[in-house]
Design a protein around this ligand. Sequence first.
Ligand code: MG
Length: 226
Amino acid sequence: MYMDLGAQGHRGSKEHRGSKGQGRQGAVRRESYATSLSNLQSAICNLQSEIGRPPYRPTVLPLNILPMRQRFGLGYDAHTFGADRPLKLGGVEIDHTTGLTGHSDGDAVTHALIDALLGAAAMGDIGQLFPDTDPRWKGADSMKMLAEVKRRLTAASYFVFNVDITVVTEKPKIAPHAPAIREKLAVVLGVSVDAVSIKAKTNEKMDTVGRGKGLMVYAIASLGGA
Ligand code: MG
């Protein structure tokens, strides 16, 4: 049984409670699951209206997937500084003396996150989906790549539980920009802001990153799905 939670909300979960062949315990778990997702989608709607985004379009999720498979993926990316363009991380432009090199817009945060999501779903990696030899992706907005990855995950009945990202760089300071980055990523991923974490470290002046030549990003993503 598939149900559009955003359109039906709790009404749908009551319908499901009465379906054939379902034990009381399983029905209660499904109702709890549906209620949690419905609440989550309401929170996203509220967030998006606050930041002036178009209304969230709910995803059709399967309700017969319990027990769900929870999966994890790890992503990593590194870019050097020196590009003559704005520094962009997680879709947010950050005031800095230089941007990051790279075939697209050099958004290493989004690239690491994409690889974490693809890894969790065993769907390959960013280089396979968006080859740096393809002129279509030259200077491309990495948030559009992230949106395409989210579309593929949804099509495969995966949804995002949460993501956690660590940026390693001497400069600039990431913490002041973390709230904006979390909001940008949450909207594209269709999750609430508290499901997106951004942390930052320096490399204690060690090695190339420590000398300020570049920046590294690690990301982990947790998915649920059929
Ligand atoms: Mg990259």
